[in-house]
Design a protein around this ligand. Structure first.
Ligand code: GLC
Length: 756
């Protein structure tokens, strides 16, 4: 491989044993150093929404995820994904990078960009979206932000790690088109546009082959097709066979296996099962990573944690989604002469992050109750009732206290959500329901007070259809990070106008989700039977009712879309479709709108989702202000992945462009025609006679060969028409061998050589 730095020279000075040891971690969070050659050991640690660095003085296990040094806990990915704000994510990445540097971390393990295939996935709190374009663009922004500080990232978990159930051995059975269009697409965008320094290979298998030792995934796709030149690190404990892993393209196994893997690598080279060049290749990549991250190990100004906390607060506010707001009950007036009953333990004890390897020890923790009290004017009377036990156990006394408080108040604000442990790395959920004790509390409160506002704290979506009629407003706060409590107060009192949009559909019922019958699989496999129809791609194609659609989110103002103008420049692979429109803040206060562009293919030779998100932008507008928006679409935005063509195919013809405020709230639409050469599938022996005859080179070759078969009549167009749907192999078999495929191939080679 072309050496980019002195890494090759250093590698050549290493013994095989030293090289093999470099490919296997040191302890839980470090790489092996080679002091005699000045190769330092570097630290890799989680991520993704805060630096989780093991406290060296905590003693105990290196995997004690609760013993980490304080760091800013930003909103988790489920929240950040709902911000739809690329610039914000880049700024958060910069802050994460600064804190990583200060902690001596060279690679921050994140972002997690796995697609939210099922709402049940225990780690959906840690992932960005059900849509790969949104996840890819936001993930790329995080990568750029972190890496701008000289700290590397590790986009994860590559790939198709969409459940926690049996995550270390389950095989995700996914057709290639679905992989390419859905489960690899976010990784592809991030790798090709943001160049993460590492990619983390997932625990699971893909079509029977472990991701961490999958040559198709780690070399053919990631490196040969996408041009990735960084390092592939395993998820922790994901390597089954280090020899197969290195041969497949894995470079670093984590954590350490105390020399066992290194020994197996040396042995495999010794007995010819592994080419030492594969080890050298991985060593060079590790040395290049160490070299690339050297700048991040230089002393730098200590990060301002107050500034980071403020950024976390802004991010949480930008990520919250106002699902409903009947009669504009929100925002509340903090200076009103009124009584507000704050109900729910989550107001006092915030649920602000997920469980597992991403768990951060926050530098500070805001709760909504204190934040509301701090922001309330003198005349606003706030009461607090916990309302329920986080354990989920019934506590009638708490309910009656809460109901009494609600009855005495003008407005009741209920803080509900998923208790710790319901959703976590390592296990999936069994349902998407709010705890029954919380729903019963809401019903009891709604019986005595019609002005009910619900604030949610959850990472994976929760079912709302059974209870949201009891609330006039529902604000989805997700897991808002250490400043989430203050952000909620900012939103409730209107100091910030909600601008989050759903990055995942909220279904009416779990059973409506397209993966429902194929989750979490069993007996070692999970079949992605819904194919590309994930999330809104399914709901919108079958026009299924949902509780709240992908892209949905209300504001305290309103937005109007007008003057759609679509310009097409070029054709085929060079086509550029410019989508222009006017966006106006038609309401009373400043706000931010997320304008979304969806593309539908009105006529295609394969089934395709009704529409797919292909561009978006978040625009801040003062009341009454208008802006001209232009978003560009390219060939890939109109293409689908074809296994028959073994690549992306842009079929010429008519498409429809939708511009809107969600996948269902389509404000402007227009047809557009894209010109492109008719795609021609590569001819194979399984191609039909018709496909062969239609091919510019294959047709003459086939005819030349058939014409030489005496008495076959196959030169007769009428006869040929009768057999045109036969694969060539069947024609050869039926002809008793007179149709000679080898001869046809020779003819094709001659025809092609003649440039026909
Ligand atoms: C965990 C997670 C991965 C994390 C790694 C190190 O099992 O799957 O996201 O980065 O191991 O903690």
């Amino acid at each position: 491989m072309q050496e980019k730095t002195g890494a090759g020279a250093v590698a050549s000075a290493l013994t095989l044993e030293e090289k093999a040891s470099l490919l296997c971690g040191q302890g839980a969070w470090k790489t092996v150093g080679v002091e005699r050659l000045g190769v330092p050991s570097i630290v890799l640690t989680d991520g993704p929404h805060g630096v989780r660095l093991q406290d060296p003085n905590a003693g105990g296990s290196a995997f004690d995820i609760n013993a980490s040094l304080p760091a800013t806990c930003f909103p988790t990915a489920a929240a950040l994904g709902s911000s739809w704000d690329v610039d914000l994510l880049a700024r958060i990445g910069e802050a994460l990078g600064a804190e990583s540097r200060a902690a001596g971390v060279s690679v921050l393990l994140g972002p997690g960009v796995n697609i939210k295939r099922s709402p049940l996935c225990g780690r959906n709190f840690e992932y960005l979206s059900e849509d790969p374009l949104l996840g890819g663009h936001l993930g790329a922004a995080l990568v750029r932000g972190v890496q701008s500080t000289g700290v590397g990232t590790s986009v994860k978990h590559f790939a198709a790690n969409n459940q926690e159930t049996e995550r270390m051995r389950i095989s995700a059975e996914v057709d290639e088109r679905t992989l390419r269009e859905i489960y690899l697409a976010a990784f592809e965008h991030i790798v090709t546009t943001a160049k993460p320094r590492t990619v983390m290979a997932a625990y699971n298998k893909i079509n029977g082959v472990h991701a961490a030792q999958n040559p198709w995934l780690l070399t053919q796709v990631l490196r040969d097709q996408w041009g990735f030149d960084g390092l592939v690190v395993s998820d922790w404990g994901a390597v089954l066979d280090p020899v197969s892993a290195v041969a497949a393209g894995l470079d670093l196994e984590m954590p350490s296996t105390n020399g066992f893997s290194a020994q197996r690598l040396v042995q495999a080279v010794g007995d010819g099962r592994l080419d030492e060049a594969a080890i050298d290749r991985a060593v060079v990549r590790l040395l290049e990573l160490i070299e690339w991250t050297a700048a991040g190990r230089e002393p730098a100004a200590a990060p301002d944690l107050d500034v980071h906390h403020a950024l976390a607060r802004q991010a949480a506010a930008e990520s919250a989604v106002l699902l409903k707001n009947d009669d504009a009950i929100l925002p509340l007036d903090p200076d009103a002469d009124a009584a507000v009953a704050v109900i729910g333990e989550f107001a006092r004890t915030p649920r602000y992050q997920g469980a597992g390897s991403s768990r951060v020890t926050p530098t500070r923790l805001d709760n909504a109750l204190d934040a509301l009290r701090d922001a309330a004017g003198e005349k606003l009377r706030l009461s607090f009732s916990p309302g329920f036990l986080l354990s989920g156990d019934e506590e009638p006394q708490l309910v009656s206290e809460a109901v009494a408080a609600a009855e005495a108040a003008d407005v009741a604000v209920l803080f509900l959500g998923l208790p710790e442990g319901v959703e976590s790395e390592g296990h999936d959920r069994d349902d998407i329901d709010l705890p029954a004790v919380q729903v019963r509390l809401l019903e009891a409160v709604a019986r005595v007070n019609r002005n009910v506002v619900v604030v949610l704290a959850n990472g994976g979506v929760v079912e709302v259809a059974g209870w949201h009629r009891h609330a006039r407003a529902v604000l989805e706060g997700w897991l808002g990070g250490q400043a989430g409590g203050s952000a909620i107060a900012d939103l409730l009192f209107g100091r910030v106008n909600p601008s989050g949009r759903l990055a995942e559909t909220i279904p009416l019922r779990l059973a409506d989700n397209p993966s429902y019958l194929n989750f979490p699989g069993g007996e070692g496999t999970v079949t992605y039977g819904e194919r590309v129809y994930v999330g809104y791609r399914y709901y919108d194609t079958v026009d299924a009712p949902v509780a709240y659609p992908f892209g949905h989110g209300l504001s305290y103002t309103s937005f109007a879309y007008s003057d759609l103008d679509i310009r097409v420049d070029g054709s085929g692979d060079d086509v550029v479709v410019r989508v222009r429109f006017t966006l106006t803040n038609s309401g009373p206060v400043a706000g931010k709108e997320v304008a979304q562009v969806y593309v539908g293919d009105t006529a295609s030779s394969v089934d395709r989702p009704a529409r797919e998100l292909k561009a978006f932008t978040k625009v801040a507008l003062a009341a009454g202000e208008s802006a001209q928006v232009e978003l560009a679409l390219y060939a890939r935005d109109f293409s689908y992945f074809s296994t028959a063509h073994d690549g992306w195919v842009l079929e010429p013809g008519e498409f429809v462009i939708h511009v809107g405020a969600s996948s269902r709230d389509l404000r402007l639409s227009a047809p557009v025609t894209v010109d492109a050469p008719e795609p021609v599938a590569p001819l194979t022996d399984e191609s039909t006679v018709a496909q062969w005859l239609a091919d510019p080179a294959g047709g003459p070759a086939l005819r030349a060969s058939l014409d030489r078969i005496p008495g076959s009549g196959l030169g007769d167009p009428a006869i040929l028409r009768m057999v045109e749907s036969l694969p060539l192999t069947r024609l050869a078999a039926l002809s008793g061998g007179h149709v000679d495929i080898d001869d046809i191939r020779r003819q094709l080679a001659q025809t092609s050589a003649q440039g026909l």
